[in-house]
Design a binder for this molecule. Structure first.
Ligand code: TXA
Ligand code: MG
Length: 320
């Protein structure tokens, strides 16, 4: 049985015993285990049904601790670390041998992050090892942004989920690295591209697809609901599907459709606020996936600010 609670010492005990625990972060909930224990790390891959070629992010409680697991904080990335940690940023850095190869799927670089959620920071600071934590969803499904989402999907497989309330950012961390002096964004996420540019100047955004060899986990079909997810112009899609007589759900940026049952619709942000839309994104996808509909219709947001990262998730959800 999986229980939910706010007991940090219980989470700590389980982790110290080599067990996995669901942890809240500001981005999404993580499925955490001792990053230095190959056994605990294998359990993460098994529990998530995740292929072992998809490496994990290592979480620590402070910037200083990052130095225990990486050989150098490249100068280009140091300022980013100082500017955005704790927060929704992940950096790829050369790994020390103490980090098991299983964590990085054999790569020389390890992905590291200092999350800002107060419960998880306190937990991390109380442990004498870092936590490997992918999002706490079965591989390929929508990421969890509430403790109950973790239980819905991994219930029975783990004993405890630390409840930190709904995630404030709602999108995974932005993943950044450097190749030959060029700063690269491997995954769009909670820290906006423009924020990163303000610190480092020029950045290259890698095409967000499965052909990205540096981030083998970034498979195209990801964050996907069980039922088909169609992206397009809702003003055309909605009448078309009404005509077809098919039962559908609508995930819109900021407006409701009169002709559709409000129960089958989710609006990401009535005010058209990107941050609010990001917070609501995964829970809304999950909600519609559990409605009695055969397909979810959705639209892209304006391609600016967090809209870019939200659109990335929407496109992946629609890719099959
Ligand atoms: O916000 C987040 O980053 C959340 C929370 C729990 O921290 N975690 C998360 O983990 O999104 P996950 O496993 O769902 O996604 C991590 C991504 C994967 O796509 C993986 O390929 C990439 O990070 N990654 C991890 N280690 C890497 C490495 N050494 N080199 C390249 N990419 C790496
Ligand atoms: Mg994930």
């Amino acid at each position: 049985m999986t229980t939910i609670g706010k007991d940090i010492s219980k989470a700590k005990q389980l982790l110290e015993a080599g067990e996995l625990v669901g942890i809240p972060t500001e981005t999404v909930y993580g499925l955490a285990g001792n990053a230095l224990s190959p056994d605990a790390v294998s359990k993460i891959f098994e529990t998530k049904n995740r292929p072992s070629f998809d490496p994990l992010i290592v979480h620590t409680g402070s910037i200083e601790q990052i130095g225990d697991y990486t050989t150098e904080l490249l100068p280009e990335l140091k300022e980013l670390a100082q500017g955005f940690w704790p927060g929704p940023l992940t950096l790829l850095l050369p790994k020390k041998s103490i980090v098991p190869d299983l964590v990085t799927s054999g790569l020389d670089q390890v992905a590291v992050r200092v999350p800002s959620h107060p419960l998880t920071r306190e937990l991390l600071l109380s442990l004498d090892f870092p936590l490997a934590a992918p999002s706490a969803n079965p591989f390929g499904y929508i990421s969890p942004t509430q403790a109950s989402h973790v239980v819905d999907q991994l219930g029975g497989k783990i004993q405890y989920v630390l409840d930190g309330g709904p995630c404030q950012v709602g999108l995974e961390s932005t993943i950044v690295g450097v190749e030959d002096g060029q700063v690269i964004i491997y995954r769009l996420g909670g820290v906006e591209v423009s924020e990163i540019k303000k610190v480092v100047g020029n950045v290259l955004i890698l095409p967000q697809s499965s052909s990205n060899p540096k981030s083998p986990g970034m498979l195209k079909s990801h964050y996907a609901p069980r039922i088909p997810f169609v992206l397009g112009d809702l003003d055309q899609l909605v009448p078309h599907y009404l005509n077809k007589g098919e039962k559908f759900g609508v995930l819109s940026f900021n407006k409701l459709f009169d002709q559709v049952d409000p129960e089958d619709q989710r609006v990401l942000s009535e005010e058209g606020d990107f941050q609010e839309a990001a917070q609501n994104l995964f829970a809304s996808m999950r909600y519609l996936d559990n409605q009695n509909v055969n397909v979810i219709l959705s639209e892209e947001l304006p391609e600016k600010g967090l809209g870019k990262a939200i659109n990335d998730r929407l496109r992946r959800a629609s890719a099959r």
